[in-house]
Write a protein that binds this ligand. Sequence first.
Ligand SMILES: *[C@@H]1O[C@H](CO)[C@@H](O)[C@H](O)[C@H]1NC(C)=O
Ligand SMILES: *[C@@H]1O[C@H](CO)[C@@H](O)[C@H](O)[C@H]1NC(C)=O
Ligand SMILES: *[C@@H]1O[C@H](CO)[C@@H](O)[C@H](O)[C@H]1NC(C)=O
Ligand SMILES: *[C@@H]1O[C@H](CO)[C@@H](O)[C@H](O)[C@H]1NC(C)=O
Ligand SMILES: *[C@@H]1O[C@H](CO)[C@@H](O)[C@H](O)[C@H]1NC(C)=O
Ligand SMILES: *[C@@H]1O[C@H](CO)[C@@H](O)[C@H](O)[C@H]1NC(C)=O
Ligand SMILES: *[C@@H]1O[C@H](CO)[C@@H](O)[C@H](O)[C@H]1NC(C)=O
Ligand SMILES: [Cu+2]
Length: 594
Amino acid sequence: MRIISCLSIIGLVAAVPSSILPKDADLSSRGGLAKRAPTCNTPTNRACWTSGFDINTDYEENFPATGVVRNYNFVLTEHDNWVSGDGLLKKKAMLVNGQFPGPTIRADWGDTIRVTVTNNLLVNGSSIHYHGLRQFQNNVNDGANGITECPIPPGASKVYTFRAEQYGSSWYHSHFSSQYANGIVGAIQIDGPASLPYDEDLGVFPITDWYYGAADEIQHSLIPPPGAAPASQNVLFNGTHVNAQGGGSYYRVQLKPNKRHRLRIINTSVDHTFTVSLVDHQFTVIQADFVPVNAFTASSLFLAVGQRYDVVFEANASVGNYWFNVTLAASGLCGVTEIPFPAAIFQYEGANSTALPTVTGTAPPDSLCEDKTDFTPVVTRAAPAASFTATAANDLDVNLAVQTWEGQQRVYWKVQGQDMNITWDEPTLEYLAKGDTNFPDRYNVFEVPQVNEWSFWVIENLLGLPHPMHLHGHDFLILGRSPAVADPFSITPRRFSTSDLASLEFTNPTRRDTTMLPGNGWLVVAFRSDNPGAWLFHCHIAWHVSQGLSIQFVERIQDIPQTVPLNSIEPICSQWTTYYNSSPFKQFDSGLRI
Ligand SMILES: *[C@@H]1O[C@H](CO)[C@@H](O)[C@H](O)[C@H]1NC(C)=O
Ligand SMILES: *[C@@H]1O[C@H](CO)[C@@H](O)[C@H](O)[C@H]1NC(C)=O
Ligand SMILES: *[C@@H]1O[C@H](CO)[C@@H](O)[C@H](O)[C@H]1NC(C)=O
Ligand SMILES: *[C@@H]1O[C@H](CO)[C@@H](O)[C@H](O)[C@H]1NC(C)=O
Ligand SMILES: *[C@@H]1O[C@H](CO)[C@@H](O)[C@H](O)[C@H]1NC(C)=O
Ligand SMILES: *[C@@H]1O[C@H](CO)[C@@H](O)[C@H](O)[C@H]1NC(C)=O
Ligand SMILES: *[C@@H]1O[C@H](CO)[C@@H](O)[C@H](O)[C@H]1NC(C)=O
Ligand SMILES: [Cu+2]
């Protein structure tokens, strides 16, 4: 029932004339939070939010109707030889409002977010994806070009409107080929309740691998075998770092002595999965992706591309400066950077603001490229174990292939023998708008027809390289995966077998939107088919998705026309088609890049 009430709220926002919508929030002050509903959220009680809504509320069924609309204007621009936050030149930058990271989208739980994106790039199209946002019955606003929309051509604008149904920390990024590696990336902070008290919110802390080259040129260099991802030249903390030549500066985060701080760590990498740690401090995790979890404490945390951890820690060490370190897996399988010890500085009030930390700290244990899956969501979910069997129909084999393309050898990533290769001006939703369900094989469509049932997927990796897998439109339950090994290349692929069944956890397992698929191993995930639409499921390594590592779940095809305004994609599609037909710059990859 409550799902229906959310639906009608969304419908109302879309249907009412803008004159009677609540007055837009004043974004000029306090990060856009000048206007907000009264909240019972205080430093001693973060679990509380507003009347009827707290940390135990099932946010997939119910979220506050604040009536507030947060407006953002994003202008995408292109710059040659742009000075990066580490003081060195990036050959090609593409930026949101001229900055990197782009502006943070900030809203309260339940607000409506409206982002107007104007594409002022020279020749590229673009589409902006809001990572982890559930987009309930709102598939057209998912920002995946070739799936849910046509790219926005240069000179055109598009408005994305969606509700902050969940709360926590995330990011947005371009989904047009490898474009986000040029810098079209920013953070999202949605304020809501939390599972632990804290005093200070330090805000979002995006960490990214950084390449001085142009993304298109790097991607072109990966066409011929071996097609292996290059090392990054740097790692930026909130856009800043020292560089290998001794320039640049460490990003400094200010701490208040003896206060509990909340930090929102976001891995906005193109390629790297890493471990973070803060010398002499422990992190207590309160949220993983957009899912609040029962607090647990760790001395280091591993983040795959796209993953987020909201942590709380107490500034109770002696007043001073402390390294916040990023460590890559020793095997190099989770990415390689040319900068030896990427770090930021966490500086206590009263500490010397030019001095470097003196304590090196101890390196965290090798992550073996594996994310944690032993924490428990606050709002519980269970999948019916009896409904699960591994069959040919829910098997997704991931493998690499070399094929001839335009007279040259080319590397492809394939799922069930097929690499994704979409056509920008024929997105999946356009097929559906025309009533055509005859998708080309290269769209890699897997249909999920059942209504409100759990759908189970067994992903089997037939190579040693791990992949961070991300699903749009849902948080998935991580039922299980094969154990991490130090050198997955040294073993033969481990397929899921009936003897592995007993190791699966169906009752409130870890739930999130991104997780690692082990090298030469398997991963079993489940999601409930409660959100009709075409939802991507892909590796979040930008280079790999461009090389094809992606599928789309077309969920409840019969219900999509009733719940998704398919015609709304047409204006941009016709503008894109007109533009692209006359553009000499053509698609040379899968067309996708998260
Ligand atoms: C995108 O822009 C880059 C940089 O200007 C260019 O190299 C590439 O060919 C463009 N690709 C498309 C499909 O427009
Ligand atoms: C990162 O930068 C943003 C934008 O300036 C700021 O709001 C945020 O607090 C910074 N994060 C940290 C941890 O300092
Ligand atoms: C971010 O994720 C990427 C891709 O999985 C990974 O290679 C990188 O090490 C991660 N970075 C951090 C800081 O966790
Ligand atoms: C700092 O606080 C943490 C957790 O609140 C606690 O485990 C730790 O012992 C404290 N350390 C010091 C030096 O008091
Ligand atoms: C702060 O640190 C700098 C660099 O190490 C040093 O030169 C300076 O003397 C220090 N200032 C104080 C007040 O200790
Ligand atoms: C943390 O980073 C600093 C600065 O690069 C480095 O000196 C230190 O060795 C690193 N510590 C660990 C444990 O990686
Ligand atoms: C994608 O499919 C189109 C249409 O079949 C084809 O022309 C193109 O070569 C394919 N792209 C790649 C990278 O395989
Ligand atoms: Cu991958």
